[in-house]
Ligand binder design. Structure first.
Ligand SMILES: [Zn+2]
Length: 882
């Protein structure tokens, strides 16, 4: 008899890895004979090391991939690196190493960690977005978009981050500050390239908002669909002009004498008492020309934020211009104000002011003493121009009053009537607008995809000819903080004009890194193709069946990837319209935070393992003590794991101490994939103990299991009960795998182990039930803990019978095993509970009654009387009424 071996994750994992590597276990090919399944995690930024959020994300993906492979699917689980971007430049600045070197060494570390985790990744498809063989296709598609008019060079006012020295997209500005630097954002006007995503707005919207759309994304979380819908922000209204005769310095009418505005509330047009224009509007500039006060106000506005969110929260300020425009329907003169809340980049950079029926205008008018004119009435309500009430803006039940030809009309009729009236004068029409802006992709950064343009003094900006792609980024630059190093790189900069042949200069702007992540998942499908951006692999694998990533990417990344896919479709490169059929947004990993103010005023953070909690009378944690010296520190509750708060858990340390299977098991068991996960050291210990029990069970029962047959015809009662339990749990686990509820999969595996450990075979034939149960347990647990289960599967002889666990068939629920031989019914006699009886599962009423009457309890409590009545509640109780 072989001596039992202790549970050694290190040896087990080494053995499993050697096996998978020897057979190239995760390489997949486009196999038309099998159903395909493409499961992918959002690609990580190679920042240095994996964090627990990565571990969680990839383990979810891995469980999905492994379990579906057992079900016969041809599963693709690729991985890559979102390798361009600012952090590499910042690291280069600090460490004086080129971003390329920093990036590639981080990739090597993180790849090693992923391999240690035992992820079923097909590494032959690895993509790094900073590789010229990848970004060549960013450049190529950009040129195609230029040809198709989807990309354009424009001059626009942009958000300028003075610290990072770069342009930021609106969505990269948070509360008026740069999303990475935190510096207050300024506005600047520079040339750059824009992608016309607004042209696709209706299609992008329909697939998230209209269930009747054939591409409707029903497999996405509702909250993400809603976030996309709000971001696209479609509004239907009327665009019309207030005519005027204001002439510029050149004697020409400014904007042809028409101040255009857009409104979704044209029904309130008779309530207009002012107009407001953005600080950058031509009328504002005109008014400020001879007015230092106005000019100063405009400067002040430029320092403010540029997003709608910021405009919504900042104090509304304005200045009158002294200029007047004419109301298109009443002919009244309306004064033009400059408002810090009006966005030049939204619509025409001007709005009509209807203080009576718009909350923002109401506050503005009250602040500056502008007239408020009620033109909408709701029956039974009284208007008060000092206090805003919700009904003032009610579109549904309002009727026009004091509005001439509009009187008595409801919202929709009034809007149509206004559109008709302004239309008749050639001053406007109904219009649909979007909150979504075109995508400015030019970044004044080094570490990104070079924009393939050459600037010639004679020919202007000239696209790089396709045959000269890729424009390769020099990899040895070290940014020194003084701007884009490409601007001083002579060997990069100087090039002959492709059109006229004269000396010219390369564009030094690089592409927004959101470009890189907009299509990498398609490149995984054809990773090595040097002739085409995408090809047959993409036709086979796309659309992706399941995408997994953080909610922080719910808007931009997903929107850009959807847009990019539609562009590729229109350029006949792919057949799909939507890239991601299903989306899972995994919850964050949280841990406790402990801190105190340091002597110098800064905040010092402590690791959870350095402190002991102090509880108040009600058991809540009110603080903590440092283990080292007993001094008190504050407990700041639970928050996202972060380096700066000393509450991160290093996955590598966890793997070194407990093994990858424990790390994987804990993150899967601790909470459902979409919810937040609170770190808990005791939970990690518990996961480890469970795996040790599984191992020890295998060691103890090895000989019985190896010798057992598969004949279930002569099982004892206990063995039948075991089979019933195993198949009941299997049924639940199979269901939980389908809905990605991996935490309950793990608890199911725990139930299985309990049942197997508690089973005492009473006959040699019963070993068959034990063996079957063990094979179900190993297969149920394998997607979460592939190392341990792989080794046990081989050692206990299952591999010889059912093949490698990688492709072992997913166990089928035996419905016959679920049928109970005997059921237990509660026994009531004379209205009181007197115990229970066991009857065959299929027993009829007469048999149940007979069994009840034959009990000792009946003899004892009936005093020999026959029951007046027998009530049977099937499956529950039998009641003998005396
Ligand atoms: Zn030229």
């Amino acid at each position: 008899m072989k001596a039992p071996t202790d549970f050694s994750p290190r040896e087990i994992e080494a053995r499993a890895h050697a096996h998978w590597s020897a057979i190239d276990a995760y390489r997949v090919r486009e196999d038309q004979s099998k159903p395909k399944y493409y499961a992918c995690s959002m690609l990580p930024y190679p920042s240095g090391k994996l964090h627990m959020g990565h571990v969680r994300n990839y383990t979810i993906n891995d469980m999905l991939a492994r379990q579906l492979r057992m079900q016969g699917y041809n599963v693709l689980m690729p991985m890559g690196w979102d390798a361009f971007g600012l952090p590499a430049e910042n690291a280069a600045l600090k460490g004086k190493v080129p971003p390329a070197q920093w990036t590639y060494s981080n990739i090597a570390v993180m790849k090693g960690q992923m391999q240690a985790m035992g992820l079923a990744i097909d590494w032959s498809r690895e993509v790094a977005t900073c590789d010229p063989s990848y970004y060549k296709w960013n450049q190529w598609l950009f040129l195609k978009m230029l040809e198709a008019g989807i990309a354009e060079r424009r001059t626009q006012i942009v958000n300028w981050d003075p610290v990072d020295q770069t342009v930021l997209a609106n969505e990269q500005v948070i509360d008026g500050k740069g999303w990475r630097s935190g510096a207050p954002v300024e506005k600047r006007e520079i040339p750059g390239y824009y992608l016309n995503i607004v042209k696709y707005a209706d299609e992008l919207l329909s697939a998230v908002a209209d269930p009747a759309d054939p591409n409707y994304l029903s497999g996405w979380p509702e909250r993400v669909r809603l976030m996309q819908e709000n971001w696209i922000g479609k509004s239907v209204g009327v665009r019309f002009a207030f005519p005027h005769s204001i002439q510029g310095a050149d004697g020409q009418l400014i904007q042809d004498g028409k101040l255009f505005v857009f409104t979704t509330r044209a029904d309130t047009i008779m309530g207009v008492t002012f107009c407001a224009v953005a600080p950058e509007h031509p009328l504002a500039a005109h008014a400020a020309a001879g007015n230092p006060k106005l000019a100063a106000f405009i400067e002040e506005c430029k320092a403010g934020g540029t997003t709608e969110a910021e405009l919504a929260t900042q104090e509304k300020k304005g200045e009158p211009t002294g200029l007047f425009v004419t109301h298109p329907l009443t002919g009244a003169q309306v004064e033009v104000w400059i408002g810090n809340y009006v966005l030049m980049s939204y619509g025409d950079g001007a709005v009509m002011g209807v203080p009576a029926h718009d909350e923002r205008d109401f506050a503005f008018a009250n602040k500056y003493g502008l007239p408020i004119k009620q033109v909408i009435d709701v029956a039974g309500q009284a208007y008060d121009d000092k206090t805003w009430q919700e009904w003032y803006a009610d579109k549904q039940s309002g009727r026009c009053i004091e509005s001439g030809v509009l009187n008595g009309l409801g919202f929709a009729e009034a809007v149509s009537k206004v559109a008709e009236l302004v239309g008749a004068q050639g001053l406007g029409e109904k219009k649909t607008t979007f909150r979504l802006r075109d995508w400015g992709i030019s970044r004044q950064r080094y570490w990104g995809t070079p924009i393939p343009i050459i600037h010639c003094a004679d020919c202007g900006p000239v696209p790089v000819p396709e045959k000269d792609l890729p424009v390769v980024l020099p990899e040895d630059c070290i940014p020194d903080g003084s701007g884009n190093p490409l601007k001083t790189r002579a060997d990069f900069l100087h090039v002959d004009c492709p059109k006229c042949g004269k000396p010219a200069q390369r564009e030094t702007d690089t592409m927004d890194t959101f470009v890189d992540s907009s299509w990498y998942f398609m490149r995984y499908c054809d990773p090595k193709n040097s002739e085409q951006m995408v090809a047959g692999g993409t036709d086979y694998w796309m659309p992706m069946d399941q995408y997994i990533g953080g909610i922080e990417h719910a808007i931009l990344h997903l929107l850009y990837a959807r847009f990019w896919t539609k562009v590729m479709r229109d350029l006949k490169l792919v057949k799909v319209s939507e890239p991601f059929k299903k989306l899972l947004t995994q919850g964050m990993v949280l841990n406790h935070i402990y801190s105190r103010k340091g002597e110098k005023g800064g905040i010092e953070y402590f690791w959870p393992h350095e402190v002991e909690n102090v509880q108040g009378e009600d058991g809540r944690v009110i603080g903590a003590k440092l283990k080292s010296d007993g001094s008190m520190v504050e407990y700041n509750g639970i928050g996202t794991m972060s380096k700066s708060k000393n509450n991160g858990v290093d996955p590598q340390a966890l793997i070194d101490q407990y093994g990858a299977d424990t790390a994987r098991l804990f993150v899967m068991f601790a909470s459902p994939p979409e919810q937040t996960l609170e770190w808990n050291d005791a939970g990690v210990e518990g996961a480890h103990r469970f795996l040790k029990r599984v191992w020890n069970f295998g060691q103890k029962q090895a000989e019985v299991l190896q010798a057992a047959g598969a004949d279930f015809s002569a099982l004892s009662k206990d063995a039948k009960a075991l089979r019933r339990e195993v198949h009941l749990v299997l049924k639940q686990i199979s269901h939980d795998y389908e809905r990605l509820q991996y935490n309950t999969v793990v608890s199911g595996a725990m139930k299985l182990l309990n049942a197997l450990e508690g089973f005492k075979p009473s006959a040699p034939a019963d070993a068959a039930a034990l063996r079957e149960g063990a094979s179900v347990l190993l297969r149920a647990l394998y997607p979460a803990c592939p190392h341990l289960t792989h080794v046990m599967w081989e050692e206990l002889g299952f591999a010889a019978e059912l093949g490698d666990l990688l492709d072992a068939p997913w166990p089928k629920v035996d419905e016959a095993a679920l049928v109970q031989d005997e059921i237990e019914l509660m026994l009531q006699i004379g209205g009181k509970l007197r115990g229970s009886i066991k009857v065959p599962a299929g027993a009829d009423k007469a048999a149940i009654e007979a069994a009840a009457l034959a009990t000792e309890e009946y003899a004892k409590f009936s005093n020999g009387a026959a029951p007046k009545k027998v009530v049977i509640v099937p499956g529950r109780l039998v009641n003998l009424v005396l």
